[in-house]
Design a protein around this ligand. Structure first.
Ligand SMILES: CC(C)(COP(=O)(O)OP(=O)(O)OC[C@H]1O[C@@H](n2cnc3c(N)ncnc32)[C@H](O)[C@@H]1OP(=O)(O)O)[C@@H](O)C(=O)NCCC(=O)NCCS
Length: 205
């Protein structure tokens, strides 16, 4: 079964935490460079998702999950607590699809859902990084993300081999900016484009 429904979690239960740990462990043990070394202990994964749960509860992160008949099989996050001079921006992070659910379009569906959620949060710019020339980089380029450049030896693969990272961005405002340029003749209308922004709650510690 390929899940089409993407759900935003506002409060994480133990069942959510369990499923998210399964996905993270599967990805790291499958060789994905997503911030952890192999072997990843269950406690380490648990620790990570508990921190995410706190950030979700305070509005610092937004978390999306997809499910299949076995539970959570994919997830992606928006990091919303950026510096106060970047209220229009979010980082996209921890895009993870369990190996059992890959290559059926779920990655693309999660990305589209994250972009849509970012728009709903008033964001007009998303940034992410991915292992250069990896599966994820291919996905992002296919979806129209713009390649910024590569940082050699940025991180380690789970087995310890160094890898390069490529940064990407996606502007979510092109349509509205085009419309704005077409329709706007006064400064007050420009002002109204910004009024929907709802700057994220800032991290205090
Ligand atoms: C990168 C990742 C998220 C992609 O997830 P996914 O669900 O497999 O993504 P998609 O199914 O949308 O696309 C993957 C491939 O399947 C293909 N595909 C999609 N639907 C398909 C279908 N119905 N039939 C056949 N192929 C299909 C896509 O064309 C794409 O092909 P390509 O890799 O040759 O370009 C996943 O591989 C993953 O979680 N990797 C480990 C964690 C990781 O590296 N995360 C990125 C951190 S930056």
């Amino acid at each position: 079964m390929v899940p089409q429904q993407i759900e935003r979690l506002q409060k994480l239960t133990n069942e959510h935490l369990h499923g998210l740990c399964d996905v993270l462990v599967d990805c790291v043990e499958g060789g994905a460079s997503v911030g952890f070394m192999s072997p990843i202990a269950r406690e380490r994964a648990d620790e990570f998702w508990n921190r995410v749960a706190q950030a979700v509860a305070t509005g610092q992160r937004a978390l999306l999950v997809a499910r299949d008949e076995l539970g959570i099989c994919g997830t992606v996050q928006l990091i919303l607590d950026l510096p106060e001079n970047q209220p229009h921006r979010a980082d996209l992070a921890k895009m993870l699809v369990h190996s059992r659910a890959r290559r059926r379009g779920l990655g693309a569906t999660l990305m589209r859902a994250a972009e849509s959620l970012a728009r709903d949060c008033g964001k007009t710019l998303l940034v992410l990084d991915a292992v250069t020339n990896g599966d994820a980089a291919r996905l992002y380029e296919r979806l129209g993300w713009v390649r910024v450049g590569e940082v050699p030896n940025f991180a380690l693969m789970p087995d310890g081999a160094p890898c390069s990272t490529t940064y990407y961005y996606r502007s979510l405002s092109v349509d509205s900016v085009d419309r704005h340029i077409h329709e706007t003749t006064t400064g007050s209308q420009a002002q109204s484009l910004c009024e929907g922004f709802d700057p994220p709650h800032k991290l205090t510690g």
